[in-house]
Design a protein around this ligand. Structure first.
Ligand code: FES
Length: 129
């Protein structure tokens, strides 16, 4: 484990439930069983804050922690362009067998974006999403 991964694993950032989240997204890897829930506070299609809960390996924890920082203060569209490779690069690289850990954040973000859009489409006019 490199120093950057160790830092994010030991000093986890934003790994908590967000009680007033606008939307929740879920992601995971069926291969290893690891799982995350991503909470987003969104205003005007911009992610003001991201937090997550993780049940997974130390790399899943470190990559998710980094991902919550990487998507904060970005538009939903821009955040969705962040790839697992970029998360891995942000952490100075991951061992080959742990590259899939970096995909769970983007996976959960896609699910959150889907839920966010569906809530807007399916909410009656004047209703609260
Ligand atoms: Fe599967 Fe880390 S997410 S081993």
């Amino acid at each position: 484990m490199n120093d950057k991964v160790k830092e994010y694993f030991q000093q986890q950032k934003n790994l908590e439930i967000m009680a007033d989240a606008t939307v929740l997204g879920k992601g995971g890897d069926p291969g290893c069983g690891d799982y995350i829930e991503l909470y987003l506070k969104i205003e005007n299609d911009t992610i003001l804050k991201a937090t997550a809960m993780v049940a997974g390996c130390p790399y899943a924890i470190a990559t998710t922690s980094a991902f919550t920082e990487m998507i904060a203060n970005k538009s939903l569209d821009d955040a969705m362009l962040i790839s697992g490779d970029q998360v891995a690069t942000h952490l100075d690289g991951l061992p080959e067998e742990k590259v899939h850990c970096s995909l769970m954040g983007p996976d959960a973000l896609r699910n959150a974006a889907h839920n966010y859009i569906m809530a807007r489409i399916c909410t009656p006019a004047g209703g609260k999403p």
